[in-house]
Design a protein around this ligand. Structure first.
Ligand code: NAP
Length: 473
């Protein structure tokens, strides 16, 4: 299969193509276009030309297009799941769940498209403001550059394209190089749904070269990025006065207090640590367990983790498949090894075969070990104990990241305390940090980024507020 660029409502040839391989078995899946700088500029031209058509399109028409896309994905659910499973090695069960969430995300975008509105402003609340009627409107920004990661290739594209188009913007999308096919698939659905040519363009190629053109072009009014903190920082430093939303990584933590029904919550905790091979921005990386229940917790956790089925992502039963690249396996293994050299106990896993790293559990890693203080983004979790609840909160907060945190406790006072004291974008009481539904505000503090997604909240950041005042006399 040859995948061309998608610019101005058509497939566009380019000079260079790059082979795309299935991370699990190394088979070639496609030849994917590598956009030149001129190609990227052409995509921005197309998006700019389409901007007035999109800004002028009625809300109900934008809503209809988004709902049609959700419907087409529903019809092709299985095909979409297989594309995700093949290009990203996400186990089929999880890929189907991602497709279902993508449908929800576009449905929410369709609904939100109908209710983008401002408010009336009582100008006479200030002396000098008498005799006027004023209101605000939310106008689209124009061209938005969307740069997305590999780990949720369909739903994280939806979290940018959905709100951008709902608000009447146009988009140049640069998906991750390992997962371009699901993004091109989405573009074909928008085309079929009647989106004007140029309103959504997809360009693939090296992140640095495509990204630099998008970030430096003055016609691009906003860059919305989901990916690693290092790239996010680089984009922020180079984006000038453009708006920038950054959804970055984390080393998410879970606190488990005494009194928690461990048998009941364990399957959920284990899935939060290992689903998609731990390559989830809110994957559980650090667990702090109250010391009186730590022995039982560790036994149950390891028992549950041993039950995970490692294998081909296309097998129905598989829970854990390949990581996205060989380099990432090597990196994760070296962090595990260093933690062990520094005194951590390897309680499970740590082995790899090709790009599959088995679920790995470490006990008592040092806070300064990379496995603890950096984002591991692999099926690796470490469990530590605490005696006082405040100590656990402090341990969670000592991170440079702050996306979400989870707390299991039956003590209402502790729950309130944690919800106030934890320095993160979202606190999940009696749940894992890995909880997300697609309309909730989602984003981080500290090195986990700036801005919020969740359709309604993303629309706030993808529109400009304009004040209109009528003087009446
Ligand atoms: P990544 O390496 O930062 O890549 C993300 C995207 O940025 C890709 O499309 C990449 O293109 C592109 N890129 C690379 N260098 C660039 C540059 N200099 N300028 C502009 N764009 C550039 O991240 P990843 O490995 O795909 O994804 C994993 C990271 O994403 C983790 O840190 C994870 O926590 C984070 N994440 C965060 C959230 C959230 O909502 N907070 C959600 C999911 C993932 P290439 O693929 O061509 O390099």
């Amino acid at each position: 299969m040859k995948q061309m660029l998608w610019i101005n409502g058509e497939n566009v040839e380019t000079e260079k193509y790059r082979p795309l391989y299935n991370p699990f078995n190394g088979e070639k899946i496609a030849e994917v276009a590598e956009a030149s700088n001129q190609d990227v500029a052409r995509a921005i031209d197309a998006a700019e030309r389409a901007a007035s058509a999109m800004a002028g399109m009625e809300a109900h028409k934008r809503a209809d297009i988004l709902q049609k896309v959700a419907d087409y994905i529903q019809e092709d659910r299985e095909e979409c799941a297989r594309i995700i499973a093949e290009e990203s090695s996400k186990p089929l069960k999880a890929a189907r769940a991602e497709v279902d969430r993508t449908i929800m995300t576009y449905s929410f975008a369709s609904q939100e498209a109908r209710r983008i509105h401002g408010e009336t402003i009582p100008l006479d609340a200030a002396p000098g403001g008498e005799g006027r009627v004023a209101y605000t409107v939310k106008e689209p920004l124009g061209v938005i550059a969307a740069i997305t990661p590999f780990n949720f290739p369909m739903n994280l594209v939806a979290h940018k394209v959905g709100p951008a188009l709902a608000a009447g913007n146009t988009v140049v999308l640069k998906p991750a190089s390992q997962t371009p096919l699901s993004a091109y698939k989405i573009a074909s659905y928008f085309h079929r749904a009647g989106l004007p040519a140029g309103a959504l363009n997809v360009v693939t190629g090296s992140g640095k070269s495509v990204g630099d053109v998008l970030v430096s072009d003055d016609r691009v009014k906003k860059v919305t990025f989901t990916g690693s903190p290092a790239v996010g920082k680089y984009i922020r430093e180079n984006a000038g006065l453009k708006r920038v939303t950054l959804e970055l990584g984390s080393n998410s933590a879970l606190i488990v207090d005494a009194g928690t029904n461990l048998k009941r919550v364990m399957p959920r905790i284990v899935s939060g640590a290992f689903s998609n091979q731990g390559q989830v921005c809110i994957s559980i990386q650090r667990i702090y367990v109250q010391d009186t229940i730590s022995e039982e917790f560790i036994t149950l956790f390891i028992e549950e983790a041993r039950n995970l089925k490692v294998g081909n992502p296309l097998d129905e039963e598989t829970d854990i498949a390949a990581m996205i690249s060989e380099n990432d396996v090597t990196r994760a293994k070296s962090w595990i090894q260093t933690a062990v050299e520094n005194g951590a106990e390897l309680a499970l896993g740590g082995d790899s075969e090709q790009q599959v790293l088995t679920p790995t559990v470490l006990l008592n890693a040092k806070p300064t070990d990379k496995i603890s203080c950096e984002e591991v983004f692999a099926p690796v979790v470490h469990i530590n104990t605490f005696s006082e609840f405040d100590e656990a909160i402090a341990r969670v907060n000592e991170s440079q990241f702050g996306l979400q945190a989870g707390v299991y406790t039956n003590d209402l006072q502790k729950a309130f305390k944690a919800s106030k004291a934890l320095h993160v974008g979202g606190v999940m009481i009696n749940d894992i940090p890995t909880f997300r539904v697609d309309h909730m505000p989602y984003g981080g503090v500290k090195m986990s980024g700036t801005g919020r997604e969740g359709i309604k909240y993303a629309i706030e950041e993808m529109t400009e507020l304009k004040l209109v005042s009528f003087k009446l006399d």
